[in-house]
Design a protein around this ligand. Structure first.
Ligand code: NAD
Length: 380
């Protein structure tokens, strides 16, 4: 079984899918790993570092793609690359399977087994493979650091002979993996943090990190069996928007992380234009959900704009701002996935579709879309 790891091609992507330490874990098990030359360039990792742990380096991308039985990457492939893959190969990456129908169709039509990293179930056994979590937690950190840099104020309280500076106020919307890390980071930097999430359990989690939970009575809210927030009714959304107005107006930095299914479904629009305009000039708002439609009205994907003196940051790929750690974690998620199903005798990745983790994240197999959730989303 040849494991092929092509170089990432998306413009501005600083992360890479696999580091030499992860390659070693596979070659130690007898795996035949081939990487594309320059795989580690963006992080200063050399081809020779991969060769030192047993990888073969290829400068022929097309040959690499067409010979690999198992392809590992970070971002989904360009559509035209799917037909270059070996028929019957397994392809592992982020995929966006609910929105990129053409890509999913192409995987099925070309008889590729496509594994979606974002569909790995959020269970205890799968935690070590959970790339949504590993990337989200770094995103939470990176957003606060970026916000601190963009603000014209400091985060902590400072008492000086020239006077006392009060701590900056940070409001975090959505206290999932990214939001909790944002709260922890802002608290460590000395800010006063308020936060809100629709899942009732989050109150305690926010408070345990030193944040203040914003009480908004939305009536019954809850979470799905997968741990995700249930969608609010239109009435509840209005109540939420009203309830968070004051907290947002008072904040120097607003971090929004409220997604639907980790970004697989469109994000709820929770910060209206008049709420942005109601913030003090000089304050900053950063929208992590921008890649799935955005929480903030007027935020522009990939851009930083100013609305009445308020900086609205729609920059994408927050984990890419801390690319080394994001890569280490993603690479580790991937090698954990491969090794979980590695057959030591045959030296192959054994696809067990009855297994609860693989059963959840395999999207296409044997020429068909077999993932129930993906099929359900399509029929909507
Ligand atoms: P996510 O990215 O889908 O959403 C981020 C947060 O936004 C969530 O906390 C969600 O409740 C919140 N949100 C959604 N709509 C909102 C709204 N209208 N207003 C305010 N907040 C809103 O979720 P996530 O961060 O990927 O994870 C969500 C859940 O999954 C959490 O319960 C987390 O603990 C759980 N989880 C479990 C495991 C595991 O057990 N292995 C691993 C990771 C995450």
């Amino acid at each position: 079984m040849i494991i092929g790891i092509p170089k990432e091609t998306a413009a501005g992507e600083t992360r890479i899918p696999f580091i030499p330490d992860s390659v070693k874990r596979l070659t130690d098990q007898g795996a035949d790993v081939h990487i594309e030359t320059g795989l580690g360039d963006s992080l200063g990792i050399k081809d020779s570092d991969y060769e030192a742990v047993g990888a073969k380096v290829s400068n022929d991308r097309a040959a690499l793609l067409s010979s690999a039985d198992l392809v590992l990457r970070l971002r989904k492939p360009a559509l035209e690359e799917v037909s270059q893959l070996k028929k019957g190969a397994i392809h592992v990456s982020f995929l966006n399977p609910f929105t990129d129908n053409d890509l999913v169709d192409a995987f099925a039509a070309n008889n590729i087994t496509a594994i979606s990293m974002e569909m790995i179930p959020r269970t205890t056994r799968a935690q070590k493979m959970d790339a949504l979590s590993s990337q989200a937690s770094l995103a939470g950190y990176a957003m606060v650091i970026l916000g601190a840099e963009r603000m014209n104020k400091i985060l902590p309280m400072m008492m000086t002979p020239a006077g006392t500076i009060s701590p900056a106020r940070v409001f975090v919307l959505g206290a999932g993996v990214a939001g909790l890390q944002a709260i922890a980071t802002a608290k460590r930097l000395g800010a006063r943090v308020d936060a809100f999430d629709v899942r009732p359990d989050t109150k305690e989690q926010i408070e345990s990190l030193g944040g203040k939970y914003l009480e908004i009575d939305l009536g019954e809210t809850g979470e799905t069996s997968g741990g995700y927030a249930k969608e609010l009714t239109e009435e509840q959304k209005k109540l939420q928007i009203e309830g968070q107005k004051k907290a947002i107006a008072q904040s120097d930095l607003v971090i929004t992380t409220a997604q639907a299914m980790g970004g697989l479904r469109p994000a709820p629009r929770l910060v209206t234009k008049d709420m942005v305009e109601g913030m003090q000039p000089g304050s900053v708002i950063i929208d992590l959900a921008i890649e799935s439609g955005g929480n903030v009205e007027g935020a522009v994907p990939g851009e930083e704009i100013e609305v009445n003196g308020v900086k609205v940051v729609g920059l994408e790929n927050m984990p890419g701002r801390v690319a080394m750690n994001a890569t280490q974690m993603y690479s580790s998620n991937m090698h954990n996935l491969i090794l979980e199903y590695w057959d030591k005798e045959e030296k192959i990745f054994k696809l067990d579709l009855e297994d609860d983790i693989l059963g959840g994240c395999v999207i296409t197999h044997s020429g068909e879309i077999i993932n129930e959730m993906t099929l359900k989303e399509r029929s909507k």
